[in-house]
Design a protein around this ligand. Structure first.
Ligand SMILES: [Zn+2]
Length: 156
């Protein structure tokens, strides 16, 4: 059985939010940025259960629920997610994309996007939230470059 993070109440209130505290880094821990807009950053994780685990983080003020955004902010954040997903589909050619807006471990508003494959670690189910391992760094860097290139192509 899981537990809520020990500082979850502080995360919710924004007094102890790691995503607000980090600013907008190119790299942070186990993730590398490939997308940046006025409202969000998109990162590829270098750890996970399988390749292509991405996050799109809201980069305005501290927000937990999507319902806390104004209509204009919500529309912009939705489009951030769509653009990142289009790049991921170009690069990973998935069977299906998964979109998760959970916030159970990190409360600050973010989408988790994951490509799912025929040959997948959990066919027909959500991806497991544990059992993460590091991916080869050259593969991660190659994917970050390809995702960036896919985003450029979309704008041409
Ligand atoms: Zn925050």
């Amino acid at each position: 059985m899981g537990t809520w993070p020990a500082d979850y109440q502080e995360q919710l209130s924004g007094t102890n939010c790691i995503l607000c505290a980090e600013g907008r880094p190119e790299e942070s821990g186990a993730r590398i940025r490939f997308y940046a807009s006025a409202t969000a950053d998109g990162y590829l994780h270098s750890h996970g259960v399988q390749r292509g685990y991405c996050v799109v983080i809201w980069r305005g003020r501290h927000v937990v629920e999507p319902t806390d955004l104004s209509d204009a902010e919500a529309a912009a954040f939705w489009l951030d997610m769509i653009r990142v997903s289009r790049a991921m589909q170009e690069v990973y050619r998935p069977l299906k994309m998964n979109y998760q807006l959970l916030g159970n471990r990190v409360a600050h508003l973010h989408w988790i996007l994951a490509p799912r494959f025929l040959d997948d670690v959990a066919p027909g189910d959500p991806l497991p939230g544990s059992g993460y391992h590091a991916f080869p760094e050259d593969e991660v860097r190659r994917d970050v470059a390809a995702l960036g290139e896919a985003l450029v192509q979309m704008h041409e």
